[in-house]
Design a protein around this ligand. Sequence first.
Ligand code: ADP
Ligand code: MG
Length: 592
Amino acid sequence: MNAFQKLGLDADLLRAIEDMGFETPSEVQEKSIPILLEQETDLVSLAQTGTGKTAAFGFPLIQKIDANSKKTQALILSPTRELCLQITNEIKNYSKYKKSLNVVAVYGGASITDQARSIERGAQIIVATPGRMQDMIRRKLANISSIGYCVLDEADEMLNMGFYEDIKSILSHTPKEKKTWLFSATMPKEVAKIAKKFMNDPVEITVGSKNTGTSNVAHEYYLVNHRNRYDALKRLADANPDIFSVIFCRTKRDTQKVAEKLIEDGYNAAALHGDLSQNQRDLVMKSFRTRQIQMLVATDVAARGIDVDDITHVINYQLPDEIETYTHRSGRTGRAGKNGVSMVIISKSEVRKIRTIEKIIQQKFEEKEIPDGKEICKTQLFHLANDIKKTEINHEIDPYLPTINEALEDFSKEELIKKFFSVEFTRFFNYYQKAPDLSSETAGRPEVSEGNTRYFINIGSKDGFDWMSLKDFLKEQLNLGRDDVFKVDVKGSFSFFNTDEQHTDLILQTFSEFNHNGRFVNVEVTKDQKSDRGGRKRERGGGKRNGKSFRDNKTDNFKGRRRSDKNDKKGPRKGSRNKNIENSVKRRRSKA
Ligand code: ADP
Ligand code: MG
């Protein structure tokens, strides 16, 4: 018997579940579904974003609906039109083998008469945003006077958005005997108030502890000097070439400003805040969904209801005013069983807020350093190699190949590869070679101090390591003490770590012919590991930059795709704006 069958779901639902590829119920599903199927009861169910709450109420609801009657039997209220459409879609998927079941979405910004017509044809389930539902009721376009179930989905967000009065008024048009199911990620006072006022002795289900962040989200903070906040953001993006992220700012103004700067600096970014029209917001969301935007800079209010599953990083450009809000932010990533990272850029004075958040989310933050230029270069280089590997050949270039081949005929494959990568790498390297260390912790004291060695190792998160397990692994192999391996920084297919110089020989020896799970493990001392303060020797990439971008050769529909021909370094002139630096860089360049 399959795990969903055990919950008491019927054959039509089980078939649909199988089609969707769900194998095991999530915890909130496991706890909510049997209760809702077996009992006629009110329910309060608290579980983090991304834990499958839609199915937790959707499955039992579908099973309880009488599909032979055309009467509206259930109303699902949800905070935004995005979510409203998403829930409608999910319900349609779940009920695909219940042919006569109709679900209609009711939300603002679309024709109310069309929606009314769909309802008239018979909608057993209505999924609505509170505002539009109010309109519908007022104009007698929908009748919810005999519904059996009302679901308040993402109740905390609905209340955050000020829908209390609407909800109250909508509920007043529903029968007293109906059952109310409330689903929420958090339980602030307002939600408790709704539960108390409008619900009848509800069964309470809590998954995880209240307000706890999802455990597949890693929380990291980066200490920087206040004025380096923006540069730090850029580095975090550069160090994660596949980033697909939401960046949170406190105000509309900052949101707009950061987005504009990112766009100016060649990133795929856009702003999302309340000053945009619904139309503009839709456009931004559409581009985000289709990945034309990699970095969405948003205010907390505007980001409510962003329901995109694959967000890799949430970046807190500033911490929220209300510490509770952090849970909402970090819940945008790590959805649907995927891993996510929530990064916080803070200045020293804010560290104590991190401690408060740790208590709320009951998870520890890892303090990390803003990646240095060298690391970023390496990451970008390997990313480029990977990109090349994946690139499909464009045969439009065929006619030019004879000439190109002729020009390059004297070079071997090895030489060509070296040259090709140098073209890209040297440029990237040049942008970063003079970039200062941004972490306020280390700024001002010798960075990777004399006596330390930094290593590159060709295993990383793809091999199942995180910084802790890699540290343990290294300590074990090398028989070293607790703090002998440090600054462990795990990337996808490789990692970095430091040890005291005295261990260098041991390490290189240990890993000279080392196998881990059948894989050859290679450790190298990273070149140029010292900071280049004081004009120390520096790797010379050879040649001037040619002003062409790192990625210009890709497509041309990526206005905004990351272009790295900008200098990461803020000039010595305090407070000078990006543009000025840009210009001064250009001037310097043209002199060269
Ligand atoms: P929540 O409302 O708790 O934020 P959703 O209901 O939107 O979460 O679900 C998040 C994602 O997880 C959706 O893409 C959904 O299809 C998927 N999902 C839900 N339940 C399961 C399951 N049992 N197995 C696999 N994926 C699931
Ligand atoms: Mg939900």
